[in-house]
Design a protein around this ligand. Structure first.
Ligand code: PMP
Length: 397
């Protein structure tokens, strides 16, 4: 047995230890015990009929959350990025024109993914905290004639929320996208479930999210849905998608969306993650989308008022464009934002975060999503912030 020259690691002799923490950053959010406990059910085969039934329930739950009748609705095994790549890799072929509306990191990443598979990518860019007018979108659609337009519904890096029905932004984008024969791809990882979004009514062709934000499930599954128009493009491609793992024809079969009488092994579905995802969708369905959105909106208003009464400034100027799930606060003048987040973690056992991508150094980000969206939690964050501003170093300049 001398060939086993690497000894068992000492660290694995210690028991696993994970602290409890208040997860009030932009994600992941806390997982309530009901959802966590669902994940400890026994592992059975990913091709067993009971698992197919659970997957069917998940599909119905996603259709409810997305407000869609799309048959091509499933959960990708992976995080939000996996769903992003699934959307882009299936709908975009080398040489296709893609337009990404960039007002934070997610538009940048979508552009990067499309570039990697040889698309001709163009962007329109708004400064962090800003968004696009309908005229700007239309102008870019007419100039670049993309096959796919990417928009982030909730830009978690900047705290901007777009396409809300009250601004009618959605229908303009939809009409324009239809006029130019372009598929509308929307990222709702940080927003859906806590903010109103209506996939069918808003003419969204591909919509995806993640499990670990408003749904309060562990990270690792990512709901996604494709419209008929999107399926037309996907299933009439000239070339195979670059990824076998994310190939929609395989996933459609595994999720029972292709009408075929039997499902074929594609990959080993993360069944325990499916249990938790199903439970999280059940929790959302029990509360109801309308109530959940109202709760997130009210809690966000309460939070924003509390921040302003402390003398802090909200990063997104326009009230209606503030994301209720992830709030961006202008990094307090004279402080090192990193010292604030570190202090709050150390002293209050509470995660909030700094900026990401174009918002680094500019903001603090607080996410109150799903079960975390309560006034008590707002009070806890406000107290932690007050305490941090009292104790962290403030420069005189
Ligand atoms: N899009 C948005 C808007 C997000 O907030 C995130 C996660 N921060 C992602 C995509 C990527 O998700 P994940 O980290 O689960 O891959």
């Amino acid at each position: 047995m001398s060939s086993f020259s690497v000894p068992p690691p000492k660290c694995l002799q210690k028991p696993l230890a994970v602290p409890h923490r208040y997860m009030f950053g932009p994600g992941p959010s806390n997982v309530p015990s009901r959802i966590l406990m669902a994940g400890i059910n026994p592992v059975i085969g990913h091709m067993h009929p009971e698992i197919f039934e659970i997957m069917n329930d998940i599909k119905s739950g996603i259709q409810y959350m997305f407000q869609t009748q799309n048959n091509m609705t499933l959960a990708v095994s992976g995080t939000g990025h996996t769903a992003m790549e699934c959307a882009i890799f299936n709908t975009v072929e080398p040489g296709d024109s893609v337009l990404s509306a960039v007002n934070g990191i997610w538009g940048e990443r979508a552009a990067d993914m499309a570039e990697r598979i040889g698309a001709r990518v163009n962007t329109i860019v708004a400064p962090p905290g800003g968004f696009f007018t309908n005229a700007e979108i239309e102008q870019a659609l007419s100039k670049y004639r993309p096959v796919v337009l990417f928009l982030a519904h909730g830009e978690s890096s900047t705290g901007v929320f777009k396409m809300q029905p009250s601004l009618l932004y959605n229908s303009y984008v939809m009409i324009h996208a239809y006029r130019y024969g372009c598929l509308l791809l929307v990222d709702s990882v940080a927003s859906i479930g806590g903010t109103p979004l209506f996939m069918d009514q808003q003419g969204i062709d591909i919509l995806y999210t993640g499990s670990q934000k408003v749904l309060n499930a562990p990270p690792g599954t990512a709901p996604i849905s494709f419209s008929e128009r999107a399926c037309q493009k996907v299933f009439n491609r000239r070339t195979k998608p670059v990824s076998f793992f994310l190939d929609l024809s395989w996933l459609a079969n595994y999720w029972g969306c292709d009408g075929k009488p039997s499902r074929v092994y594609h990959h080993t579905g993360p069944v325990t993650a499916f249990y938790s995802l199903r439970e999280s969708l059940a929790v959302l369905a029990e509360e109801g989308l309308e109530k959940s959105c109202e709760r997130h909106e009210k809690v966000a208003e309460y939070f924003h008022a509390g921040l302003e009464s402390m003398g802090l400034k909200l990063f997104v100027k326009e009230k209606k464009a503030r994301l209720p799930t992830v709030t961006t606060i202008v990094a307090p003048h004279g402080y090192d934002w990193k010292e604030i987040t570190t202090y709050i973690m150390k002293t209050h056992n509470l995660e909030i975060s700094g900026g990401l991508g174009p918002s680094v150094g500019l903001v603090l980000r607080v996410g109150l999503m799903g079960c975390n969206s309560t006034k008590d939690n707002v009070d806890m964050v406000l107290e932690a912030l007050k305490d941090a501003l009292k104790h962290c170093h403030k420069s005189k300049v």
